[in-house]
Write a protein that binds this ligand. Structure first.
Ligand code: 3PG
Length: 310
């Protein structure tokens, strides 16, 4: 079988080497398409692939329709909003993700960004400490839980909201986390919010003025989830209204230039989405993806399937 690794933002070379070994030791062939800038390159490469490993690469209906032999796509990472699940099901293509594999990298970045904001971009002016601050985790999956563990180390008070945690608040106890019953309650009780939800019909634009205004005047929001979940116009408005409000994200907002100009060191956006961009996370997620595909072909294992069967 032909395994296409299609990564506009490549895996670390050490990860690529080990992914190749897994594929080739199982008797399959590797095709590598990295740093492509034109969708036609992807359409051409996928046309002969049996399996594909991607990151945030857009795998839409056009890509899936161009892939006559494709049986499986694995998103090496958590969020699979970049893959058209409906078109994949229609084409009998199995879609999987690799949950949890890159969560530590993202969780560590949250604290990198948080310290940068809390310490005034390290410009020497008086900042504030994390110890004793109330951190609200909006969503509580693999990444949220990892952030909670690190936050405990900083001596923060951790609260969390997710629909499933609200139903089973006891589940927060193992992480020293207080479960709350609604997003509104989370923002009312927190000083700092870290976003960890997927982008879907329920979450798109859901971090809006109403929620943000429940935070204190000097509230902080860290977004390493998805750009789409934040209502950018509302974020801009709250930052204009509150001179102490701070926002950091690793997914550049559409109005990035305006925000950078207006808010100086109260605002931070990384040049590229970099939460999972560590060699450790690339190895974890990339190898898991390759192994999942090998098992899928060997014995039909669909453990991490995320799309319905036709
Ligand atoms: C994910 O959903 O796993 C993260 O956002 C990482 O995405 P990336 O592989 O594009 O860095």
């Amino acid at each position: 079988m032909k395994f296409l690794i299609a990564t506009e933002k490549p895996f670390a070379p050490a990860a690529v080497k080990q992914i190749r070994e897994i594929i080739e030791n199982a008797g399959h062939e590797t095709v590598l398409l990295e740093k492509y800038t034109d969708k036609n390159e992807l359409l051409h490469a996928v046309s002969t692939a049996d399996a594909m490993i991607v990151r945030s690469d857009v795998v839409d209906k056009e890509v899936l329709d161009a892939a006559g032999n494709l049986k499986i796509v694995v998103r090496a990472g958590a969020g699979y909003d970049n893959v058209d699940l409906h078109a994949a099901t229609a084409n009998n293509i199995c879609v999987m993700n690799t949950p949890g594999q890159n969560s530590n990298a993202v969780a560590e970045l949250v604290f990198g960004m948080l310290l940068y904001l809390a310490r005034c971009s390290f410009d020497g002016s008086t900042g504030s400490e994390l110890k004793g601050k109330r951190l609200g985790l909006h969503a509580f999956g693999y990444i949220g839980k990892q952030v909670a563990k690190i936050a405990n180390g900083f001596g923060m008070e951790v609260l969390a909201y997710s629909p499933s945690l609200a139903l089973n608040p006891e589940k927060g106890k193992a992480f020293n986390v207080t479960a709350v019953q609604s997003p509104g309650e989370l923002y009312e009780k927190s000083e700092i919010i870290s976003l960890h939800m997927p982008a879907n019909d329920q979450t798109r634009g859901s971090i809006d003025y109403d929620l943000l205004s429940k935070l204190p005047q000097k509230g902080i929001v860290i977004n390493t989830a998805r750009k789409e979940v934040v209502n950018e116009a509302d974020m801009l408005r709250i930052m204009e209204e509150r001179p102490g409000f701070k926002y950091a994200t690793d997914i550049k907002p559409v109005n990035h230039d305006k925000m950078a100009r207006k808010f100086g060191n109260r605002y931070l956006a990384s040049a590229k989405k970099c939460g999972a961009q560590t060699s450790e996370a690339n190895v974890n997620a990339g190898l898991a993806a390759a192994e999942q595909i090998v098992k899928f072909f060997a014995d039909g294992d669909e453990t991490f399937r995320v799309n319905p069967i036709k």
